[in-house]
Design a protein around this ligand. Sequence first.
Ligand code: GAL
Length: 663
Amino acid sequence: MHTLTEGRGLLFGGDYNPEQWPEEVWKQDAELMRAAGVNLVTVGVFSWARLEPEPGRHDFGWLDRVLDLMAEHGIAVDLAVPTASPPPWLGHRWPQTLPVDEGGHRLWYGSRNQFCPSSGLYRERSQSITTALADRYAAHPALAMWHVGNEYGEVCHCDESAGAFRAWLRERYGDLATLNEAWGTTFWSQGYGDWAEVVPPRRAPYIINPTQRLDWWRFCSGELLAHFREQRDILRARTPDVPVTTNFMGFFKRVDYWSFAGEQDVVSNDCYPEPGHPLTPARTALTHDLMRGLAGGRPWLLMEQSTSAVNWREHNLPKPPGQFRLESLQAVARGADGLCYFQWRASRFGAERFHAAMVPHAGADTQLHAAVREHGQELRRLAGVAGEPVPARVAMVFGWESWWALEDRGRPSDRLNAVDQLLSYYVPFFERGVSVDVVPPDADLSAYALVVVPNLFLVGDRDAAALTAYVNGGGVLVVGPFSGVVDPNAHIRTGRFPAPLREVLGASGEEWLPASGPVACRWDGGAAFQAESWTELLRSDGAEVVAEFAGGDLAGEPAILRHRSGEGVAWYVGTMPGPDALASLAGRVLADAGVSGVLDELPPGVEAVRRGEVLFLLNHGATTVRVPIPDPGVDLLTGSPAEGHVTLAPRAVAALRPEVALA
Ligand code: GAL
C-alpha cells in the first residue's frame, strides 16, 4: 500500500470502463479526473472480449491509448486481469468451461462470472490473457497495481469440479476409510467404497451430509484461491514491485478471506452499505475493521463504493447529499488508504445503466459530480493519515470455517447466525467509541486486553487451547452461545459443553434450548433484561453467576457466568441478550479489561475512532450534536481550530489533529 500512497497521499478514483465509450470521451474523462483529484483508476475488469476477440488474437491498441492517456494526466492505473467475465467464445466453443449449479443446470454467458473455477481450459485461458497483459504492460508508467478477477465467489458442481474435489479430498484424507470416518458415513448408509462415487453436494432429496458440505466450502474457496495465485505468480514474475490485489465483498460467505489475505499485497474491499438501516453505520464499521484485520493491521483499499443508489436492490434509495462523503471518511477513519468508486462514468447500456457513478448520465455539470470533486480535494488534506494504524485493545474472533459449519441445515435454530452474532456484540463497542480488531480463530491474542468470541461453533483443539492460555495469562475473554460445539470435522464434541473451553469458563452445559419467544433474564443486581431465541441449560463449575433466566422452565438457572482463571477472567453467555443487555455486558467486560472508549462521552449516533493521532468524529444521526473533546485540536477537513467541543450537523465529520502536534 505504501508504494501506492507515497507521493500520492490517499488514493481516490474508481472503476474506469472506457471500452463503453467512444475515444473522444476519454480525453474529457482524463481532464475531469484530474480536476477531481483522481489519482487511481481500475481499468479493464470486464474487457476480456475486447482484449482477445477470438482465441489467441489480441487487440491491445485501445488499452495502450487508455494507459498512455492516464500516464499523461498523472493518474495511476490498477490494471485488471479480466478473468471474471470470459468472452462468449470460451463458453460457446468449450461449454465445459461454463459453471453447473447444484441441480446440474449449466449457466450461460450473457451476464458475467460464467466460469467453472476448476475447468482446466478456463484456467489455461486465464493464464494466457494474464501473461499477455503482463508482458505488454510490465513497464508502462501508468501501471501501479494489478487487480485479479473481480469479487471471487464462483462455484461449480460439474464433473470436472467433482474430479478436482476428489483430488482435494485424497490430499486431505489419504484414503477412503479416513474420508468415511471424517464424513461420518455410517449415518444414512453413505459409506463410499470407490473414490468415483464421491461427488460434490449436488441437489439431493433431503439434508446433505454436513461434513461433505463443509469440505465442499473449503474446496471451493481453495479453488478460487488457486486461480488467484496462478495469475498473481505470473504477474509477480514479470513485475515483482507492482502490488497485486483482488477485491473482497466484506462478510462474503463463500470465500475464506483469511486464506486469501496473506496471498495478496494489498487488501481491497467493495462496500455497498444498505441505505437507511439503523445498524448500517455499525455494520459498515465492522466490515472495515474486518478489512484492517485481513490486512494484518495495515492500511487497506476501499476499491468500490457508490456515490448514490445502486441498481441491484429491489428498491434503490439514493444517498442524500453528504452521505457518500460520510461513508468514504468512515473508511479512512478505520484504516483505508484508498477511496474508490464503482464507477467513474455511468454506463449508457448494459445491466448497470441505473447504477450511480462519479460522473452521472447528466454529466459533470451536476450537484453529484461537484460533490465528487469536492471530496477528491478534501482527501488531499488528509494525506498525512495515509499509512497510519488504528490502535485497538479489543479483538473479536471470526472464522469462515465456523461460519460454514454453523449455518447449515439441520441445527437447533437458524436464528443464531455467525455474522449477526458478531454484529450484535460489536454494536455496543462501536457506540462507545472502543476500537475493535477482527481477528481469525488462530490469531496471536497477546496484544489484546479483551477478546470477544461472539460465536465459534467449530473450534480446533489448538485454537481452544490458545483461548484458554490467553485467559490464564491475564486476558479477559467473552464467549457467546453455541460455541465450541463441533471439531474441524463438524462432529459434535461430546460431554458437557463447550467441551474444549469449559475448564477456563468454569461453567458447562447439557442442553441447547431454542426459545419460542422473548426470554426473561435478570442481572445479579436484580435488573431485568430480555434475550431472544436461544437458551442453554448451564451450571456453574466455579464461575459466578452474573445473570440468570427469570422465567419458564429455566427460571433461576444461570444465563451469563464469569470465572477467574489463572491471571484472567472468562465470561460465558448462554443466550442471545438484546441490545441493552449487550451494552451492559460490554460495560462490565471492558471494566474487567481496563479498556475505555476514545472519548468519555459520546452522543448517540456519533462514531469516534482514532487513526494515528487523528480523532475522527462522524455524525450518523439525524440531529446536530455537540461532542465534548478532551484536547484542543485542528480539524484537518476545514482547517478550523476546535476546543472544548465540536458541533456536528447530520452527516458531518471532523478529523481532529491534536494541537500539540502542530509545534
Ligand atoms: C460490484 C462489482 C462491480 C459492479 C458493482 C455494482 O459487486 O464488482 O463490477 O457490478 O458491484 O454495485
